[in-house]
Design a protein around this ligand. Sequence first.
Ligand code: ZN
Ligand code: ZN
Length: 356
Amino acid sequence: MSQVPSKQSVAIVLKSGDKVSIKPDHPVKSPSDLAPGECLLKMICTGVCHTDLHAALGDWPVKPMSPLIGGHEGVGEIVAIGEHTNDSPVKVGQRVGVKWIADSCRDCEFCRKGLEQNCEKVKISGYTVDGTFSQYLVSYVHSVTVIPDELESYAAASILCAGVTVYRALKYSNTGAGDWVVLPGAGGGLGHLAVQYAKYMGRRVIAIDTGDDKHKLVKDLGADVWLDFKESKDIVADIKKATGGKGAHAAIVTTASSSGYTQAVDYLREGGSLMAVGLPGTAKLEASIFFTVFKSITIQGSYVGNRQDAVEAIDIAASGAVKCFYKKSTLSNIAQVYEDLSAGKIAGRIVLDVTK
Ligand SMILES: [Zn+2]
Ligand SMILES: [Zn+2]
């Protein structure tokens, strides 16, 4: 353990709304100071997510810690485990992932029901505890996700947030093989993963997005039907037409705009499921109560995923069935990445090398 340094570089937001900056002399928790159940990770890489922008700005109804080390989709190697840790499912030397839910108590009502995301004592990476924009990170042996050897670290990073999120929404969408699933924003960071998970699960996919590049991308990934929202005169009618007049079985809505939700109630068939996945700070969900009831529509919020969802999402990616399209950058370049993200300049995901 002598190779663990006492200082590291982290990306830090000193107070909500401040610019992110690199702090080169942030302390590393000494392995001998780790509490039982804690592990120290030497980080390899971390994805950057839109949520990290909300965390830096502090513009959500639930406030983040301050100062803040963000990041919640990272991969690292375990270099130490706290003394007196009982029954650790992981060991030193293993490569593991850190996701949004850093740790949960596993004993409260919500944990017992499999809703670890809603744990009464939940720890959230890069929000209520230090996140993955760091070179060394304290995490938790019972909550890290083992990364199989077949899956390289950069490919795994964004599966831990975007992948888990869309995988769980599909899993709980009350659909079966052959059912039609609508994916608005199918060519985006969450969407392109959703297309692949949906196809892996045997669903038929209606991909909605715009532009030739995204059209080609989602078709290559196996989408059955493409709808360009700038060219379509009537999305609802087009979806009905593609599904034999009946409408889709489910919609996975990741957008921040209210209209994405309103529309879904119109294009879903009777008994359909609207899965709400995006986390806009203030937008309201507006849907016809009459048709929600009359068509027996289920509207369900799906919030990231629990440990089991993460294992499943990672295992599917490790099988080669799901690939995240990402660009590499470095931790030292994070301020620029934040600017590009907020300007909407980034297509797909960005994964940072934390050693540079
Ligand atoms: Zn995220
Ligand atoms: Zn709990």
